[in-house]
Design a protein around this ligand. Structure first.
Ligand SMILES: Cc1cc2nc3c(=O)[nH]c(=O)nc-3n(C[C@H](O)[C@H](O)[C@H](O)COP(=O)(O)OP(=O)(O)OC[C@H]3O[C@@H](n4cnc5c(N)ncnc54)[C@H](O)[C@@H]3O)c2cc1C
Length: 500
């Protein structure tokens, strides 16, 4: 008996669809990351490093979406007068071990400031009295090195006479915080995977620092008010554009960023992001902004402003959500947070000494810093490069855009000006309230929830490492983790990281 035409059609349909069904079943799950800064790029790196290939686990596809035509986010460079400088995140701390590790892994070159740069003269400008409250001596790099050392020692003595033992108390406050932070480099065997930022901070002993302001913490640590109002305020203004009413933790991180041994990456810190993406087998979608994320049962549907649609089993937001225009279905809820805008203005030209009541440009300190004063139009001015006695490249930070009129009063010569408005970091407060790492109880993750603790390249990488482990333990929980490249507890993280 020959089969009826309807059975034949059914058989043909099965023959056609079976291979498709089989391939759909074995097709790898997609992890979609929104943002190609250090958070998104290091997340892709940690996902690859910590998952060991096994027969039961298909390695995920990793897709990164970046709305800009370049990767790096707030790690970016600016070219002025034909020369390139860091425009956003510029300095790394000597104990930023993930960044150290990335630098080594990617064969990048560390740039440490030459001695002339590390001993820049500092002036704290007071607009009310039109004078410098403090002005340290200029350590002229043309002088013999023993003279440079004497001048630098005189500067230290000067600061010691002004602030006394409070300087040492400030140092131990910073050191104690850095030591607690080092717990995030402990071995995976002893370090839990954290589901919330609060849990992560409590485990390292850093949580309490987010409940009081920096001013309250430092007063409790016995620092004199003069040091808090002057030097500490200067540093928080430079690093976070804010006053000492930021949280104690953000403040300690900011103070750590003013110590010795700071470094950066020759040619631009953004190379950490591009390098990590290159080695992590990522499908990179540049110039593609994600406009909506909808949970459709088994997966998230991402729609981009290009009109393309992507199905992702796991979705990660690796950017601050505060100023993003992404539509979530169902809606998500995160505590309201303001971003602090920092206007970075780059000028090739020459400052006008008259603005500062001085006779010659050489009398202007290399770093002009400021204390809190609502009338002050800038936060700090620093020399990026001295081309000649009559031409330099400067970087200015301010809370509002610097108008041409204002710049013309500050500069006697202005050949080129570039302005960047950064949605730079959270506007910190105490007590801090944190958004969740897991936004919907399923597989929608948020790395930058950690940014309320502190905003740096390293803290983003530390948060990304935790989120990578969260994804691997929650979504890929049947797949073995690779422990090969982690740090053993009790060992020196730097030495171990060098072996990766
Ligand atoms: C002026 C300035 C100075 C700083 N100085 C330092 C410093 O010296 N040292 C230090 O360690 N840190 C510094 N920081 C902080 C540091 O830059 C940040 O903490 C860190 O770079 C944040 O990285 P991220 O990957 O978390 O976020 P980002 O670098 O902001 O990356 C997020 C990325 O997501 C992309 N994106 C957003 N929405 C979408 C979308 N819908 N679709 C697709 N892509 C999207 C963005 O374009 C961006 O590239 C500074 C920051 C600024 C602004």
């Amino acid at each position: 008996m020959s089969p009826s035409p309807s059975i034949l059609i059914l058989l043909l349909l099965l023959l056609f669809f079976l291979p498709l069904l089989a391939s759909a079943h074995s097709s790898p799950p997609a992890v979609c990351i929104i943002g190609s800064g250090i958070a998104g790029s290091s997340l892709s790196h940690f996902l690859r490093r910590y998952s060991s290939p096994s027969s039961s686990c298909v390695p995920p596809r990793i897709l990164i979406f970046e709305r800009h035509p370049v990767v790096g986010g707030r790690m970016a460079t600016v070219t002025i007068g034909g020369e390139t400088f860091e425009a956003g995140a510029s300095i790394l701390h000597p104990k930023n071990y993930h960044a150290s590790n990335f630098t080594r892994l990617l064969n990048l070159t560390r740039r440490t400031p030459p001695s002339s740069e590390s001993s820049l003269s500092l002036g704290i400008w007071d607009a009310q009295t039109n004078r410098f409250l403090i002005k340290t001596l200029d350590v002229d790099s043309n002088l013999p090195s023993f003279v440079q050392k004497i001048v630098s020692f005189a500067n230290d003595l000067y600061l010691f006479f002004r602030y006394g033992l409070s300087l040492l108390k400030m140092e131990s406050f910073v050191e104690a915080t850095v030591n607690k932070f080092l717990k995030y480099y402990e071995s995976l065997e002893t370090r839990p995977v954290f589901e919330t930022v609060e849990e992560m901070l409590q485990w390292s002993g850093l949580y309490n620092l987010t409940t009081l302001t920096l001013e309250e913490e430092l007063t409790a640590a016995g620092l004199c008010p003069l040091l808090i109002q002057e030097l500490v305020t200067v540093i928080t203004r430079i690093n976070y554009g804010q006053s000492v009413s930021i949280s104690g933790l953000a403040g300690a991180v900011s103070l750590a960023g003013s110590g010795g041994g700071l470094w950066s990456i020759e040619g631009g810190n953004y190379q950490m992001a591009s390098g990590l993406i290159n080695i992590s087998d990522v499908e990179l979608h540049l110039h593609e902004e994600i406009a909506s994320i909808s949970y459709l049962g088994e997966y998230y549907e991402l729609n981009s402003t290009k009109g393309d649609t992507y199905a992702c089993q796991v979705t990660v937001i690796a950017s601050p959500l505060d100023e993003l225009n992404v539509q979530f279905t169902p809606p998500i809820s995160v505590p309201p947070r303001k971003l602090q805008h920092t206007h970075a203005t780059f000028v090739r030209g020459l400052l006008n000494p008259v603005y500062f009541g001085l006779k010659g440009v050489s009398e202007i300190p290399d770093l002009v810093a400021t204390i809190e004063d609502p009338d002050l139009p800038f936060t700090c001015i620093s020399i990026l490069k001295r081309h000649s006695e009559s031409e330099m490249t400067y970087k200015l930070f301010s809370r509002n855009e610097m108008s041409d009129e204002l710049l013309d009063s500050l500069f006697s010569v202005r050949k080129e000006t570039i302005r960047i408005d950064w949605g730079a970091y959270p506007h910190y407060e105490a007590p801090e309230v944190f958004a969740p790492f897991i936004l919907d109880g399923r597989h929608l993750y948020y790395v930058n929830a950690f940014e309320n603790a502190a905003s740096t390249m390293e803290t983003s990488a530390v948060a990304a490492e935790n989120v990578a482990r969260l994804i691997l333990s929650r979504f890929f929980n049947k797949c073995p983790l690779s422990f090969s490249d982690t740090i053993s507890s009790g060992s020196d993280p730097e030495v171990l990281l060098s072996d990766l």
